[in-house]
Design a protein around this ligand. Structure first.
Ligand code: HEM
Length: 412
């Protein structure tokens, strides 16, 4: 057995720091080269850097609990805590939940994510994407506000069953939600986000109660039918929590991912031109963007007991950051990993959707949305170009990455 060494400390590593926010990848590669794990005082977390160790942690939910998945990284103000305590009654159901509750709820949700439900959604996503793309005027356009923000919101809200007329209100409640649990919002921002979370939560409670009284043909009604068959196994509160959680998980992640995809493709012009010439490579290109620049370059766990990672000893109750973005460029797993190449045939081996019991339940939806968006852009605007020297305005947080603005010259 190898001797465990005490955990090295890295005082420089700060995912909220300017350099990391602008471009985390040189830092991710450097820390992966330096060692398998270290403690980062800036975020009070132990950080794991290499593909094999991250994969092992994902596959070991007993030692690496998911319970911290949604917990604020930095302490909230008393005001924000009391707003949440008063009006927001969510509890862990999937991403921040461990077995056995996770196993029970995930099993039911998996039925809701059926091939039929996804295939019913696909033509609606095409229609919405076509409407959005066809209303873009020639000139300089922000593709985030024109396409990559509204499309995933429409997709996930339609999937859950939220009515079209509520979309703008729902979207207004999502603003800055990432900062709350993964960033460092100001006290005023915390107040605003906490109030929005309460509004959203109440909306989900009322929505699920409505569906319970009158189920229709949507994902939430699928869960209601499961509840009606066996109320003990899936409660109405469980369903409310799922609706709340999915509307967040399925929205920002995919907006950011599609933004990253367009940015990387336009920055590698020959590959964009190849994709426009042969749209059958789009699914492969989607996998390469997931590998090279996913919207979740890092995810969290907490240890339930002492554990040794790559020879480094990590204590029990240690908050952990798994550097998925570093794993996806690990030279032990991908040849020439720092090169973006949509023709790479093993990109799909990435860990962008995690692995094991928490593997992203929305992976098929995310892939579908990105594929449709890229297909339409390639058809309608193969000549589009990225505006040079622009500020993409990446949000500062430990887990999520995507441009808040993406300016392109849209051809006439
Ligand atoms: C490109 C977009 C997306 C990325 C990169 C992404 C990434 C991830 C990752 C890394 C995890 C695993 C976390 C872990 O191991 O704890 C995860 C879990 C999850 N994702 Fe996604 N996701 C995306 C889109 C979506 C969409 C569209 C939905 C909803 C329709 C969704 C819903 C979820 C849920 C509910 C979980 C928790 C599953 C569980 O704990 O059993 N995600 N996602």
């Amino acid at each position: 057995m190898e001797d465990a060494m005490a955990c090295p400390v890295n005082h420089e590593f700060d995912p909220l720091g300017e350099a990391y926010v602008a471009d985390p990848y040189p830092i991710l590669s450097a820390v992966r080269e330096e060692g398998p794990a270290f403690y980062a005082p800036a975020i009070d977390m132990w950080v794991i850097t290499r593909f094999d160790d991250i994969q092992s942690a994902l596959m070991d939910p007993k030692t690496f609990s998911a319970a911290v998945g949604q917990r604020p990284v930095f302490p909230l103000t008393g005001e924000a805590r009391s707003i949440i305590k008063e009006g927001f009654h969510a509890y862990p159901v999937m991403s921040d939940c461990d077995p056995p509750r996770h196993t029970r709820i995930r099993r039911h949700n998996q039925k809701g994510f059926s091939a039929r439900r996804i295939s019913v959604l696909e033509p609606k996503v095409w229609a919405k994407a076509t409407e959005l793309v066809d209303s873009i005027e020639p000139g300089v356009v922000d593709l985030v506000s024109a396409l990559t923000y509204p499309l995933p919101a429409y997709m996930i809200f339609t999937f859950i069953g939220f009515p079209d007329e509520d979309m703008d209100m729902l979207k207004s409640w999502c603003g800055n939600r990432i900062a709350f649990s993964w960033g460092k919002p100001t006290p005023a921002e915390q107040r605003e986000i906490a109030n929005n979370m309460v509004n959203y939560w109440k909306y989900c409670e009322e929505f699920v109660a409505k569906r319970a009284a009158d189920p229709v043909d949507d994902f939430t009604s699928d869960l209601i039918r499961i509840h009606q068959d066996d109320p003990e196994s899936l409660s109405i509160s469980d369903i409310t929590n799922v609706a709340y959680g999915l509307s967040f998980a399925g929205h920002e992640t995919t907006t950011s991912f599609t933004g990253n995809a367009v940015r990387r493709l336009l920055a590698n012009r020959r590959q964009w031109d190849d994709l426009c010439a042969d749209r059958s490579v789009i699914p492969q290109a989607v996998e390469e963007v997931l590998r090279y620049d996913s919207s979740i370059p890092a995810w969290r766990r907490i240890t339930t007991s002492k554990v040794t990672v790559g020879g480094v000893e990590i204590p029990a109750d240690a908050k952990i950051l798994l550097l998925l973005g570093a794993a996806n460029r690990d030279p032990g797993h991908f040849e020439d990993p720092e090169t973006f190449d949509i023709h790479r045939d093993d990109a799909r081996k990435h860990l962008a959707f995690g692995q094991g019991i928490h593997y992203c339940i929305g992976a098929a939806l995310a892939r579908m949305e990105a594929r449709i968006a890229l297909d339409l852009l390639a058809q309608r605007a193969p000549g589009m170009r990225m505006v040079e020297d622009q500020d993409f305005d990446f949000p500062a947080n430990v887990s999520f990455r995507g441009p808040r603005k993406l300016l392109v010259h849209w051809p006439g």
